[in-house]
Design a protein around this ligand. Structure first.
Ligand code: GDP
Ligand code: MG
Length: 163
């Protein structure tokens, strides 16, 4: 069985940025071959010799992301059906929102392992802001910056530990 990592979270937390960072190398290779760059919902990654498929679930519900309940339902459904590990992304700059809590309520009831990612922790100061996400009841938040790569190695270690 192949390992599948599903990225979920409300709009604008950085799901696609994280997705692109995880598949960086493979995407560059594929873009060279095809000669086109386009939005992808599935990609392939590897970390310390462990290979996996990653799904940007937000990419599937672009048309309905302003309908929050629908977005949650669809993303979580994809994750629950397909994922080995669910990566739940929240945003250190905006802080905890009601929609984050809605996602967390559904994810806590699932049997899938959830890795909580506090994104946009671009600096050490912002890394401290990740602490408030303990309140979601999904364990230790991993403060990272999908944009600059801060701490993403530790996150990858945590993700592949579930394979
Ligand atoms: P999505 O809607 O969850 O897929 O979010 P996107 O990946 O499209 O990112 C939404 C916005 O957040 C964009 O303007 C990104 O450049 C920005 N962003 C994503 N990751 C980071 C990060 O680590 N730090 C900061 N400061 N901004 C980020
Ligand atoms: Mg996106």
């Amino acid at each position: 069985m192949s390992n599948i990592v599903a990225i979920v979270g409300r709009p604008n937390v950085g799901k696609s940025t994280l997705f692109n960072r995880i598949i960086e190398q493979k995407k560059a290779i594929m873009d060279n071959v095809s000669g086109v760059t386009r939005d992808r919902h599935y990609g392939y990654g590897d970390w310390t010799g462990k290979y996996f498929t990653v799904i940007d679930t937000g990419g599937y519900v672009v048309g309905s992301e302003d309908i929050f309940e629908e977005a949650i339902r669809e993303q979580v459904q994809i994750a629950m059906d397909e994922a080995t590990v669910v990566v739940f992304v929240v945003d250190c700059i905006t802080g905890l929102t009601g929609l984050d809590e809605d996602f967390a309520n559904v994810l806590r009831r699932s049997k899938k392992p959830v890795v909580l990612v506090a994104n946009k922790a671009d600096t050490t100061d912002k890394m401290h802001a990740a602490a408030e996400f303990y309140a979601l009841g999904l364990g230790d938040p991993y403060p990272i910056s999908a944009e600059n790569g801060n701490n993403t190695g530790d996150l990858m270690d945590a993700i592949v530990s579930h394979f």
